[in-house]
Design a protein around this ligand. Structure first.
Ligand code: GLN
Length: 288
């Protein structure tokens, strides 16, 4: 079968299953199975595909049609300019998190040898991208779950300079004291679980295949931010900053949690105009 015929067949499996962006996903799936980049994919359209690859591609297309996320089937996904290993047990990196990471990069580039914690690191997409882009940064990746840690370790080996990276296994909800051996941070960044527990069953079927532990933000979705305000603010340098991703409509509530400790928040919006990022710093009189 030619690649073109296989592409037509797979796209139709995906269209029948109402997969949004079926044509894009078809191309991604075939590039992954055949080990092709976009250009060689286009140039190989009339080449014959080996039977084993046809079988593999059709099997993955059927699993995709049944609701498994494309990223888990492929086993990797691009975030900024790097490919991260992903699979069941780790949150799939999202484009809005790329925006958060770029904003953090701009902050870090103004500082000398900054210390960064990425809390709830998952695949490590935020912390590892910062380590790669900010040559003087020292980055600590904190992650609790073994299933996520196995991807995190692989990504660290692939992407970062080991001398500037540390993986710390632990539960960020326990207390920052558990991590007291770490130097004070210039930046604490996190894309924590922020979906209110009651909303989990309403999520898209693909998102439901992602780990609940990476999504469930407790009763009001704010469990982790509350803990960051109470227990992690002491881990920041006086002029350090928290940078968070959050869910739609959560910005003001997060700002209020930190205002209790005299910390000031700036809420920023994503490309759809929804509140999506919160940057928190000590109010000015406190750093003096
Ligand atoms: N830091 C990872 C990401 O942004 C994982 C976040 C999480 O598991 N909540 O994709």
């Amino acid at each position: 079968m030619t690649l073109f015929a296989l592409q037509t067949k797979i796209a139709s499996v995906m269209h029948v299953a109402d997969i949004p962006d079926a044509d894009f996903e078809t191309k991604q799936l075939l590039c992954a199975v055949l080990g092709l980049d976009t250009t060689s994919y286009l140039l190989s359209r009339f080449d014959t595909v080996r039977d084993a690859d046809v079988k593999e591609a059709l099997s993955l297309a059927n699993r995709r049609a049944a609701g498994e996320p494309l990223q888990y089937l492929i086993g990797s996904w691009t975030f900024l300019d790097e490919t991260f290993f992903v699979g069941p047990g780790v949150l799939i990196p999202r484009p809005e998190t790329e925006m958060l990471t770029l904003k953090c990069e701009a902050f870090l580039n103004k500082r000398e040898a900054p210390v960064v914690y990425d809390l709830c690191a998952g695949s490590g997409c935020i912390g590892l991208s910062l380590a790669k882009r900010c040559q003087n940064a020292r980055v600590y990746l904190v992650e609790r779950y073994d299933d996520a840690l196995c991807y995190l370790r692989k990504n660290v080996d692939k992407i970062a300079d080991p001398a500037r990276m540390s993986i710390v296994q632990g539960d960020v909800l326990l207390a920052a004291q558990a991590f007291s051996s770490l130097p004070l941070a210039d930046l604490i960044v996190s894309n924590p679980p922020y979906i209110p527990t009651s909303e989990l069953p309403t999520l898209q079927r693909e998102v439901q295949k992602e780990p609940q532990t990476a999504l469930n933000g407790g009763e009001d979705g704010l469990l982790f931010y509350r803990c960051f305000a109470e227990k992690w603010r002491a881990a920041l340098k006086p002029d350090g900053m928290f940078a968070f991703e959050c869910g739609e409509g959560q910005g003001q509530a997060i700002a209020a949690l930190f205002a209790q400790y005299d910390m000031t928040s700036e809420i920023q919006f994503d490309l759809q105009g929804l509140d999506r990022f919160v940057f928190v710093r000590r109010s000015r009189k406190e750093h003096a």
